[in-house]
Write a protein that binds this ligand. Structure first.
Ligand code: CA
Length: 225
């Protein structure tokens, strides 16, 4: 089965050019010309990768990404003419894998697509189910459950919980968690880890009346069972 790539891009000529190049490389390619159509197509979950323009009519690309991340974790490469740090940080923070600034050389885009798809293959292949007490996390299927009850997590909440569950009973510093979940080049608020641990507690500890997520004062967090 050829890998399926969705191109969300309103510049018809550019979209067509990328589509032809992708087909030439043996990928299957579909196009969406505005944000809403792109989001609807992403949410089908049938794509292996999405090339997402930021400046789009309807919904802009960052908004498409933000909404899509509630349901799918398809890797996304953002395309944009705006080479601003803010967009890059916002995009990566919202779960984009990579970022290409227009105008780009098609060879550069193709190389990044290959890296992105390989990374995702490894993620799916290395997806053995993690458990901590009655809590289970399946990296391959991107699902979390407590005692068989599904828990809905956003992209970052999932990544944070995965990091903690891979290190059960081991204290992890805020910096380690931040690098692991938000990346080395994260430039936003440093209390982001605390905010997301709070989200996780409200969805797991509070709901099931357990205490899995512990604060280690001055250090970080640990998931204890
Ligand atoms: Ca555009």
């Amino acid at each position: 089965m050829p890998e399926k790539i969705l191109i969300v891009e309103d510049e018809a000529q550019l979209a067509r050019f990328v589509e032809l190049e992708l087909q030439h490389e043996g990928y299957q390619a579909d196009k969406a010309a505005d944000g809403r159509e792109g989001l609807a197509m992403m949410e089908t979950g049938e794509y292996d990768l999405v090339l997402l323009d930021i400046m789009l009519p309807g919904l802009n690309g960052l908004e498409v990404l933000r909404r899509a991340r509630k349901t799918v974790d398809t890797p996304v490469i953002l395309l944009t003419a705006r080479d601003t740090v803010m967009d890059k940080v916002t995009g990566l923070d919202m779960g984009a894998e990579d970022y290409v600034t227009k105008p780009f050389e098609i060879e550069e885009l193709l190389a990044r697509i290959r890296v992105c798809l390989r990374k995702n293959d490894r993620k799916a292949a290395g997806g053995s189910v993690l458990t901590a007490g009655l809590l289970t996390l399946d990296p391959g299927r991107h699902t979390v459950a407590y005692d068989g009850h599904d828990i809905e997590l956003t992209f970052r909440e999932f990544a944070l919980l995965q990091a903690l569950m891979e290190n059960v009973n081991i204290v992890m510093s805020r910096n380690t968690l931040m690098e692991r979940v938000w990346g080395y080049d994260y430039m936003g608020e440093t209390n982001i880890v605390d905010v997301y641990v709070r989200y996780l507690r409200s969805k797991i500890d509070d709901v099931y009346g357990v205490k899995l997520l512990h604060t280690v004062r001055g250090v970080g967090y640990v998931l204890r069972v």
